[in-house]
Design a protein around this ligand. Structure first.
Ligand code: ADP
Ligand code: CIR
Length: 340
C-alpha cells in the first residue's frame, strides 16, 4: 500500500497524525490476529470527511499501532500518555435536568463493550461473531425484573419493524459508510440484533460497531434514573460475560473515541433560540467538553431545533464524571436559552 493522499479539506485526526514517515514505520506491522495499518486506516482514507478515520481490529491494535492511535486518543479525550483509565459508578447525586419539562425530550446513556478473547468487529469471523451473539444472548436471558426482555435477531425482523425501531431511536442504522469501509458491516445481518425490555428503557445492540452497546433511555431529563438502570445492567452482565479491558485504556472499543468508560450520555434537547446562534451554542458545548450530534445520531442533522448533546470525553474520567460533564453543560445551555 502507498501512502494515502488526503484532500486539502480533510480534517480527520488520521490525516493530522499519519505522516509519511510514520506510515513507513507502521505499514509492515501486524497484530497476532492479522490486523494491519491498511485495515486500520481504510475508513478514513475512503471517507475523507471522517472526524477520526481509524478503527482497531483487536485489543493489540492499540499497542501495535500505538504511534498512530496514542496522539488520536490524547487529542480526542484530552488524555495524556501518562494518564490512567479511571472508573467510578458511585456517588452520582439525584438529578432532574429539566424540572419544568420544557427542553429535554429524552435522556440516553450507553456504554460499548466487547468480549475478551475475540477480535473486534473489523476482523471477526462469521463463526466468531455468531459465538459472541450466543454468549451474549445467553447472558441477557438471565436478566430479571425491569431488565428482563427479549432478543430480536435482525435477519428475522420485518423491514417495517426495523424502520420503526430506527425512527424511534432504539435501533442502529444499516449501511453506515464509515463502518462499511472498516469491515464492520461484513456478513450483515448475521449475528446482529437488539434486545430490549418491555417498555424499551433498557436495550442492548449486538455486533454493530462494538459487540455490545448497553443502553438505558427514557423520556424526560431524569438522568440519575437512567444512570442507575444502566449501572445495574452492566453489573448483572459482568456476572456472566468477560469484557475486553486494559489497565491503561479501560474498556476496549472498535473506535478510539469510545475507549475508557465507553460511555456516551446524551439528551435530545430543544433549543430554538440557541439554534439561531450556532457559534454561541458551540462555544458552550466546547467549554463543557460536549459534542453536538443531529437527532438521528452521529453524522445526522438537527431538526426542529432539537440537538443530541453528549459528553465528548470517555477516557481518563470516571463514568460519574462523564455524566457530570453533560449535567453541568446542559444546566448552562438551559439557562442561556431561557435568558436569550
Ligand atoms: P451511539 O450513541 O450508540 O454512539 P448514535 O449517535 O448513532 O450512536 O445514536 C444512536 C441512536 O440513539 C440514534 O437513533 C440517536 O438518535 C439515538 N439517541 C441518542 N441519544 C438519544 C437521546 N438522548 N434520546 C433519544 N434517542 C437518542
Ligand atoms: C469518523 O471518523 O468520523 C467516524 N469513523 C466516527 C468517529 C466517531 N465519532 C465520534 O466523534 N465519537
Amino acid at each position: 500500500m502507498e501512502y494515502p493522499t488526503f484532500p486539502k479539506e480533510c480534517n480527520s485526526l488520521l490525516a493530522k497524525y499519519l505522516t509519511k514517515e510514520l506510515f513507513e514505520i507502521l505499514k509492515t506491522r501486524t497484530t497476532p490476529n492479522g490486523f494491519t495499518l491498511e485495515k486500520a486506516i481504510r475508513s478514513g482514507v475512503e471517507n475523507p470527511d471522517s472526524s477520526i478515520g481509524v478503527y482497531a481490529g483487536d485489543k493489540e491494535s492499540y499497542t501495535t499501532f500505538a504511534e498512530l492511535f496514542d496522539p488520536i486518543i490524547e487529542e480526542y479525550h484530552s488524555f495524556s500518555k501518562e494518564s490512567q483509565y479511571q472508573s467510578s459508578f458511585d456517588g452520582l447525586e439525584s438529578v432532574e435536568l429539566d424540572p419544568k419539562g420544557e427542553y429535554i425530550l429524552s435522556t440516553r446513556i450507553r456504554v460499548g463493550r466487547n468480549l475478551e478473547g475475540f477480535p473486534l468487529g473489523a476482523i471477526i469471523s462469521k463463526e466468531q461473531r455468531n459465538e459472541v451473539e450466543s454468549l451474549v444472548v445467553n447472558a441477557l436471558s438471565r436478566l430479571e425484573g425491569d431488565l428482563a426482555g427479549v432478543y430480536y435477531p435482525l435477519y428475522d425482523m420485518s423491514q417495517e419493524v426495523q424502520e420503526q425501531l430506527i425512527e424511534d431511536h432504539f435501533l442502529f442504522k444499516e449501511g453506515d459508510r464509515f463502518l462499511e469501509s472498516a469491515g464492520l458491516n461484513r456478513d450483515w445481518a448475521e449475528g446482529r440484533g437488539i434486545f430490549h425490555n418491555h417498555n424499551k428503557t433498557f436495550l442492548v445492540w449486538l455486533n454493530e460497531e462494538d459487540q455490545l452497546r448497553i443502553i438505558s433511555m427514557q423520556k424526560g431529563g431524569n438522568i440519575s434514573e437512567v444512570f442507575e438502570r444502566l449501572v445495574s445492567a452492566i453489573k448483572a452482565l459482568e456476572e456472566t460475560l468477560n469484557f475486553a479491558y486494559s489497565e491503561h485504556l479501560g474498556y476496549i472499543s472498535s473506535c478510539p473515541t469510545n475507549l475508557g468508560t465507553a460511555m456516551r450520555a446524551s439528551v435530545h434537547i430543544k433549543l430554538p433560540k440557541l439554534s439561531k446562534d450556532m457559534e454561541r451554542l458551540k462555544s458552550i458545548t466546547d467549554k463543557y467538553h460536549l459534542q453536538i450530534r443531529g437527532v438521528d445520531g452521529e453524522h445526522s442533522e438537527s431538526r426542529g431545533a432539537i440537538f443530541d448533546i453528549s459528553n465528548r470525553r470517555r477516557l481518563g474520567i470516571s463514568e460519574v464524571e462523564a455524566v457530570r460533564d453533560l449535567v453541568e453543560g446542559v444546566k448552562v445551555l438551559i439557562e442561556v436559552e431561557e435568558k436569550s
